[in-house]
Design a protein. Structure first.
Length: 181
């Protein structure tokens, strides 16, 4: 059996953190391996920060709907890193493990509508007009646009994570070991 070669872009350590983004290390960028991996491209990480603020913190979806979108997107991408991180975040928001697990299969209620939208974006690369109209009636047009942006945002992160085999952050790995879904 051939050993997996080491990643050409492992998470950047504090000692190797680029000076050009030193101000970002103490915030979200230095806290997670995904952004420590992105730190290999300082200009991208700096440009990413305002979009991350909107998608993660200020989205018209709100925190719960955002987690539904992210979990379904992580599942569809096969991104174990994003799945584990967002299982943890969803649990902290009060999601039951059953609700989280359903996002890998067939959720119910509004979660089903959101999952259908995420699936359409992956499968069709667009929302069909009837689905877009139904979503807009339920969650509002700004939230529909944020749903599309969130899928795109987390797809880019998933591509980076899976290309560079970014390891789970230690605290999330420990949580998933102690309380698997």
């Amino acid at each position: 059996m051939t050993a997996t070669p080491p990643s050409p872009c492992p998470p950047v350590t504090d000692a190797d953190w680029p000076d050009s983004i030193a101000d970002l290390r103490e915030g979200f960028s230095g806290a997670l391996n995904v952004y420590r991996t992105m730190a290999h491209h300082p200009a991208l990480l700096r440009a990413w920060a305002p979009l991350r603020q909107h998608v993660v913190k200020d989205s018209a979806l709100g925190l719960e709907r955002s987690e539904v979108v992210i979990l379904r997107a992580a599942h569809r991408m096969g991104s174990a890193y994003e799945w584990a991180h967002h299982v943890s975040r969803a649990r902290s928001l009060g999601f039951s493990d059953a609700r989280i697990a359903a996002l890998r299969a067939t959720p119910e209620g509004e979660d089903a509508l959101i999952a259908q939208a995420v699936d359409a974006l992956f499968d069709l690369r667009r929302l069909p007009p009837a689905l877009e109209a139904e979503l807009a009636a339920v969650i509002g047009r700004a939230a529909v646009i944020d749903l599309i942006a969130t899928v795109g945002f987390y797809s880019v992160l998933g591509y980076l994570l899976m290309t560079y085999d970014t390891p789970l952050d230690a605290a999330i790995a420990a949580e998933m070991h102690e309380a698997p879904l």
